[in-house]
Design a protein around this ligand. Structure first.
Ligand SMILES: Cc1cc2nc3c(=O)[nH]c(=O)nc-3n(C[C@H](O)[C@H](O)[C@H](O)COP(=O)(O)O)c2cc1C
Length: 356
């Protein structure tokens, strides 16, 4: 048991976390034309900080004005107005005692054409996901294979967005390398069939992530954080294991371990579930391959599951439970009986109903 651990501090580089609980990144699709989340969506993040979370992640912020947006109502961090909108929110989160981290992403081939300003969907290879877009019922379009120009352009989008986060005062930024979006698409053979330096063995498929991490790290001041999110599953074609074997996944984790990263965040459906046909779960398999601080997420819903998840990780993140219960951290502290939340319940995130 890790009873005392959950509410003990953790030193994440220069940031002292007051406990081991964070708000996982959650897209809310609330922005209008300005790529700024709705007021109540920003207030939701502040309230989670005021109610005891040690880390508050933003929703996945889109990295450019061209092909990075995958869903309607996503937000950006590249204009002065966007930065000004976030600055007081970030400050209030910090004043409430939490660390604020901006997550950023490029959707790659998981894209609604309707919201793609460039009318051009890009990915490592011209292969569409097998599954239809669950929200529109339409097939995903076959993406354009990214050219060397596209690669450089996309990297620049991550850099500019990271600069925006720093200007807005965030304690750090996260590069979203999970869930089958663009970076994840490069990492996995399932979506990367390239024959150039970005395709083939895992070391090559990793090159795109490496170049993004390196370029972004150059604009992150020394005292701020840089984290990377990873998963073995994608939001579309969910049943596919993106890395296939424990050996390949651990090679990737070791490559990440050489980067200027301050933590790896592992996203799962269920932190308990064993992976790659082994008797180990994702946290255990990741821990074996790195000494970096680890965050784990997936069906952590009450005190017992949070403590158990900390056996092989340093920080637990919650999405659905903390989305639906503003007092989740306190309820966990008190050891209250709490429900496992279903995905359908989380759909409220995408309505205009302000969440408490
Ligand atoms: C409404 C909602 C939006 C999400 N948006 C993101 C996102 O923007 N970026 C991300 O990395 N994960 C996102 N996720 C996944 C969660 O961060 C988390 O990995 C997943 O829900 C499992 O955690 P849970 O069991 O605590 O819900 C989202 C989840 C939900 C429920």
């Amino acid at each position: 048991m890790n009873e005392d651990r959950l509410f003990s501090p953790f030193q994440l580089k220069n940031c002292q976390l007051r406990n081991r609980i964070g708000v996982a990144p959650m897209t809310r699709k609330s922005s209008q034309h300005d790529s700024i989340p709705r007021r109540d969506v920003l207030d939701f993040l502040v309230r989670r900080a005021e109610n005891g979370a040690a880390i508050v992640y933003t929703e996945a912020i889109v990295t450019d004005y061209e092909s990075a947006q995958g869903y309607p109502g996503q937000s950006r961090m590249v204009t002065q107005r966007q930065i000004e909108a976030w600055r007081p929110v970030v400050r209030t989160i910090q004043d409430a005692g939490a660390v604020a981290i901006m997550q950023m992403f490029h959707c790659g081939r998981i894209a609604w054409p309707e919201v793609n300003p460039a009318k051009r969907i890009i990915a490592p290879s011209p292969i569409a996901p097998k599954q239809n877009n669950a929200s529109t019922g339409s097939p995903y379009p076959v993406p354009d294979e990214m050219s060397p120009f596209d690669v450089k352009h996309v990297i620049q989008g991550f850099v500019e967005t990271a600069k925006g986060a720093i200007a807005a005062g965030f304690d750090g930024v996260e590069i979203h390398g999970a869930h089958g979006y663009l970076i994840s698409e490069f990492l996995s053979l399932y979506s990367n069939q390239r024959t150039d330096a970005y395709g083939g063995p895992i070391e090559n498929r990793y090159r795109f992530a490496h170049e993004i991490i390196q370029a972004v790290s150059e604009v992150i001041p020394e005292e701020r954080l840089l984290t990377f999110r990873i998963s073995d599953w994608g939001g579309v074609d969910r049943e596919v294991s993106l890395f296939g074997t424990k050996a390949e996944y651990q090679t990737l984790i070791r490559l990440l371990g050489k980067e200027p990263l301050d933590a790896i965040s592992v996203s799962t459906y269920d932190y308990r579930r064993n992976a790659f046909g082994t008797e180990q779960n994702m946290a255990q398999i990741t821990r074996e391959a790195t000494n970096l601080p680890l965050m784990i997420c997936g069906k952590i819903y009450d005190r017992a599951s949070a403590e158990d998840a900390l056996t092989d990780a340093d920080i637990v993140l919650s999405a659905k439970s903390i989305l639906l219960n503003p007092n989740w951290v306190e309820d966990v502290r008190e050891g209250k009986p709490l429900p496992i939340r279903k995905s359908e319940e989380a759909n409220i995130a995408y309505t205009t109903t302000p969440l408490p």
